[in-house]
Design a protein around this ligand. Structure first.
Ligand SMILES: [Mn+2]
Length: 340
């Protein structure tokens, strides 16, 4: 099903945007390829229509995204708090991308909620909370980048897609679909990709920038995780990896370094679910992945203060690493029917 933007809400936005506006674009804490790609694509779009646009990130993001067109204008809330707050407070409109609840911007939450700006959410996570004036939420969409692409043409059917916007959108769809392999990758998604390539996107260049851009220590960390830390629970078709903060330090961990490692665990023949546990200062962060109908979103929401998508979700635990893993393993018999 193709996400359809509500006509009345689009008309309202078109009217509001018929004169130059101050627009701020925000995304979730520790932004990924989809969050940054959608924000910078929308930045380029609104700039083309004569608006004053700022992009405010709640935190730093991985270096492999620094090449994205427009990256140089992104304000990091954690390092430029006053300037970032000023953007949000003086905005006429704030676009909220790739998240569904104000808590997802962490420390920036107060400034976001305090602003009188009209807030517009464009997102694909399940069950958005009601903190925006306009909520475009389509959980079946592959990515927020897909939605931003559709939003642009819903706003102005004659919009001429720029190469910068196309490269940003390509990056978000690429990363949020696991390189076009998740079940959300429909024919319509591929038709968007075709348009992006026709606009000038060179796929192999972007793949290289995103995936062949690891530091030596990150590659050695991956090897260490797979050789030393991987645990396979054959009876449940589950594999997991848990790393301590000392191990992260040993491998000079940087933001984004643990990303994707969970997929190697899921890649073992027969596995239905995989988890990656990361010890942090105040608990444990968990990434869950699954195959088929097993919902890691439900598991994360029910037991680990988390959420996300059917096959990709995240959670948190306030307990220590050992206690968290004990809890995880103790839960498995309750899911046996769905896993085996
Ligand atoms: Mn996303």
């Amino acid at each position: 099903m193709i996400p359809h933007f509500n006509e009345r809400e689009i008309n309202g936005l078109r009217l509001q945007l018929s004169k130059p506006n101050n627009i701020s674009i925000v995304m979730h804490y520790k932004p990924d390829g989809d969050a940054m790609g959608s924000a910078l694509a929308l930045y380029d779009f609104f700039l083309a229509y004569g608006h004053h646009v700022t992009v405010v990130a709640p935190s730093l993001y991985p270096e492999f995204l620094f090449w994205l067109p427009g990256n140089e204008i992104v304000l990091n809330f954690e390092t430029h708090q006053a300037e970032a707050e000023n953007c949000l407070l003086h905005a006429d409109l704030i676009f909220v991308l790739d998240f569904n609840d104000a808590t997802r911007v962490e420390g920036m939450q107060h400034a976001l909620l305090q602003s009188d700006a009209i807030k517009v959410m464009i997102d694909h996570h399940l069950q958005p909370t009601d903190f925006c004036d306009v909520t475009f939420s389509f959980n079946e969409a592959s990515s927020t980048c897909e939605l931003v692409y559709r939003f642009m043409f819903a706003m102005y059917a004659d919009y001429k897609l720029s190469l910068a916007a196309a490269q940003n959108i390509y990056t978000g769809i690429l990363t949020d679909t696991g390189s076009f392999k998740f079940s959300s990758t429909t024919g319509d998604v591929h038709r968007i990709i075709a348009h992006l390539i026709d606009t000038g996107v060179v796929p192999n260049e972007i793949h290289e920038k995103i995936y062949d851009n690891f530091s030596e220590s990150r590659t050695r960390f991956l090897g260490y995780c797979l050789e030393q830390k991987l645990v396979v629970l054959q009876p449940y078709n589950i594999a997991y990896i848990a790393v301590t903060s000392a191990e992260l330090k040993l491998f000079k961990h940087e933001t984004g370094d643990t990303e994707g490692i969970v997929n190697y665990a899921l890649g073992i023949k027969g596995m239905r679910m995989a988890a990656f546990f990361t010890e942090q200062d105040n608990g444990v962060k968990i990434s869950f992945r699954s195959k088929g109908t097993f919902s890691v979103k439900a598991l994360a929401a029910a037991h680990f203060n988390g959420g996300g998508h059917l096959n990709a979700a995240g959670g948190k635990s306030p307990e220590n690493l050992e206690q968290t893993i004990t809890k995880f393993i103790a839960l498995l018999p309750f899911y046996e029917n769905q896993l085996v």
